[in-house]
Ligand binder design. Structure first.
Ligand SMILES: [Zn+2]
Length: 252
């Protein structure tokens, strides 16, 4: 008999996992970590997307209407989710670029957490503000989406007294076990996406309205996934996605 090292792993099998991925805009989840999404759905996990804004600022074309752009982007998001085997995409349609961490936003997120009861929730790291090496400032909606989602995971979705009207609707409080935060510079928890990198490229390519040169963009994504693979621990990987992992509760 070999002695297994105790590790703080969730006891829920991947095939029984329910995962909620929260993004500010249509395409955030796919660009950020759709290699992991593809891997998890292939393992049998039930994955849901929650897109908080309507994506209505995602164009430089002054002639397209907000409504039309939102429709295009939501169709692209749905197509990407279908490629990845995502069970359902929820769109909240808050105005792109104007996201605030308000009770109204949190109530929507809590409602979905209590409806689908995820083991794992994934969102942007709200503390990820900028990256001097990549000459990059994180979009404020990404930070706000992360902050509101973290707040909902703890304490509000698990607190029965928060929004008591949800209890009246039959939505009981729910304890999320695992929170994964997307932070490209401080990641310490790595998912091997070597077998799903091409699916990630295909999913990102579904967001046709967002890229002038999709080939160039997806090459850059591959390079970033390769760099993350080199940083991966305990062993290096060909392609990886990185997160900060917070285990909140272990089921008995
Ligand atoms: Zn975004």
């Amino acid at each position: 008999m070999t002695l297994k090292k105790l590790s703080p792993k969730s006891k829920v099998k991947p095939s029984h996992k329910v995962i909620l991925a929260v993004g500010a805009h249509p395409d955030d989840i796919d660009i950020g970590y759709s290699g992991s999404i593809a891997k998890w759905t292939e393992q049998g996990a039930e994955v849901y997307y929650l897109v908080l804004t309507d994506g209505s600022k995602g164009s430089e074309d002054p002639h397209i209407s907000n409504k039309e752009l939102t429709q295009i982007r939501q169709a692209e998001q749905q197509a990407a989710a279908d490629i990845l085997g995502v069970k359902k995409v929820y769109f909240l349609n808050f105005v792109d670029g104007e996201l605030e961490n308000t009770p109204a936003l949190r109530k929507h997120i809590i409602k979905i957490i209590r409806q689908i009861k995820p083991n794992t929730v994934i969102c942007s790291d709200p503390t990820f503000y900028y990256d001097t090496h990549r000459h990059f400032i994180n979009h404020p909606d990404h930070r706000i989406a992360g902050e509101a989602t973290v707040d909902c995971v703890y304490p509000f979705a698990r607190n029965a007294r928060t929004f008591p009207e949800l209890l009246a609707e039959g939505l009981q409080s729910h304890v999320v076990e695992e929170l994964l935060l997307v932070n490209f510079t401080k990641a310490t928890y790595f998912i091997d996406i070597s077998k799903t990198i091409e699916k990630k490229v295909t999913a990102i390519s579904a967001h046709k309205s967002q890229f002038n040169d999709i080939k160039k963009f997806t090459e850059m994504i591959k390079q970033m996934s390769s760099l993350m693979g080199k940083k991966a621990k305990p062993k290096k990987l060909k392609y990886a996605e990185g997160f900060i992992r917070i285990l909140l509760h272990q089921s008995s």
